[in-house]
Ligand binder design. Structure first.
Ligand code: ATP
Ligand code: MG
Ligand code: MG
Length: 368
């Protein structure tokens, strides 16, 4: 596993369950995945001799984030099959290439245009309309590097130089946001998880619920689009496709070729978790049953904002609530907005579960 964050950590646990030894390549030995790895090799991603030491010890290589330099992946693939491959990463690292590739394959994506400055953004409004949202083409996550432009005046506020190249998108008034995770093997077998419904807060995922409150026809369409995107990009491993639903219409927002935050819900809600499915996919094993094993479920993120210096989160208060499953990533430093862990609940009514999770999260701020 290249990358030492929480996705790598939960992947390593799932792989260990199937009897694998997992090596982790990460920046330092106190990263979340290092604590559960069979071995770690530490170094910057640009350190080719470190990555060689790592790759030499692996039978198959995968990753937990898409912004890995192409040369690093090239080094990996000299020693072991590396999934997803360099071409998938090249596409997923650049919003413009990603959106263009998917659109040219006939898939519905949010209307977009490449822009470089305020003049071009304003000109684009003739086709995209106001409001629009501009995003840096490369290396944005959790809404970083994005600006909503309501009028031409807002375009003047953006530091266009700082972002490099940009993509402008029509602001979609969606009914729901959903995601579909697809697993695909090197010999072309694929399988989707049920559609997850996602709510964001400050551009960061806050709540995922399952099943999504959408008609069966929209569910079928979302799964079809997700599989088509996976095949179009020729992904081996996992691809998460984030989508907007407006009426019967489904359109792609963006894709991520790795386990996804919304998929954490599968650990309690589905017969196979996204992490086990990832292991199965890259190892060429039969893909697991993705069907739900509970009627409904909800997953809520725990961000670093809950950690305040003079009183750490009140874990006993949270753990005293039945029906709340806690996952912590073992991060040493909490920062506002940083993903520190998540909680999941299952049961008959997803709104009630989400309410229970919200109360549980609020308990963390109770003084001991
Ligand atoms: P991450 O990779 O962490 O999911 P990101 O920085 O790549 O985030 P996006 O997924 O593009 O950002 O956008 C973050 C959120 O902002 C979306 O989940 C959605 O709620 C909102 N958003 C983004 N683009 C649009 C759009 N064109 N119309 C309406 N809402 C949007
Ligand atoms: Mg993104
Ligand atoms: Mg996103």
């Amino acid at each position: 596993m290249v990358g030492g964050g929480q996705l790598g950590r939960m992947f390593a646990v799932a792989a260990a369950k199937l009897g694998y030894r997992v090596g982790v390549f990460c920046g330092s030995s106190d990263e979340p995945a290092a604590a559960v790895a069979s071995f770690t090799v530490c170094g910057p991603l640009e350190d080719h001799s470190a990555i060689e030491d790592f790759a030499r010890r692996c039978d198959v290589i995968t990753l937990e984030f898409e912004n890995i330099p192409a040369e690093t992946i090239a080094v990996c693939s000299r020693y072991a099959p590396t999934y997803p491959d360099a071409s998938v990463l090249a596409t997923a690292q650049d919003r413009l290439i990603e959106k263009t590739t998917l659109r040219d394959a006939g898939l519905p994506v949010t209307p977009f245009a490449a822009v470089r400055d305020a003049v071009e953004a304003i000109a684009t409004a003739a086709t995209l309309g106001w409001p629009m949202i501009v995003k840096t083409q490369r290396s944005g996550y959790d809404g970083k590097g994005q600006h909503r432009l309501n009028t031409a005046d807002d375009a003047a506020e953006v530091d266009w130089q700082a972002g490099g190249e940009w993509v402008a998108e029509a602001m979609i008034t969606f009914d729901r946001e959903v995601s579909v995770i697809v697993a695909r093997t090197a010999d072309g077998r694929s399988s989707t998880f049920p559609v997850f419904e996602n709510e964001h807060r400050n551009h960061v995922l806050d709540l995922t619920t399952l099943p999504a409150s959408i008609p069966a026809s929209v569910e079928t369409e979302a799964r079809r689009i997700a599989i088509a995107a996976t095949e179009c990009l020729d992904v081996v491993g996992l691809l998460c496709v984030e989508m907007f639903v407006r009426g019967d219409e489904v359109m792609i927002n963006e894709v991520a070729p790795r386990p996804h935050n919304s998929g954490h819900i599968t650990m309690e809600a589905c017969a196979t978790s996204q992490f086990e499915q990832h292991v199965r996919a890259i190892c060429g094993l039969p893909l697991g049953d993705t069907s739900m094993i509970v009627p409904t479920a909800a997953m809520m993120n725990l961000l670093g904002d809950l950690w305040v210096e003079d009183s750490p989160p009140n874990w006993p208060a949270l753990l005293s609530i039945d029906g709340v499953s806690l996952h912590l990533y073992g991060k040493h430093a909490a920062r506002p907005g940083r993903k520190m862990g998540h909680i999941t609940g299952v049961g008959n009514q997803k709104e009630a579960i989400a309410e229970r999770l919200k109360k549980a999260r609020a308990q963390l701020s109770q003084k001991t």
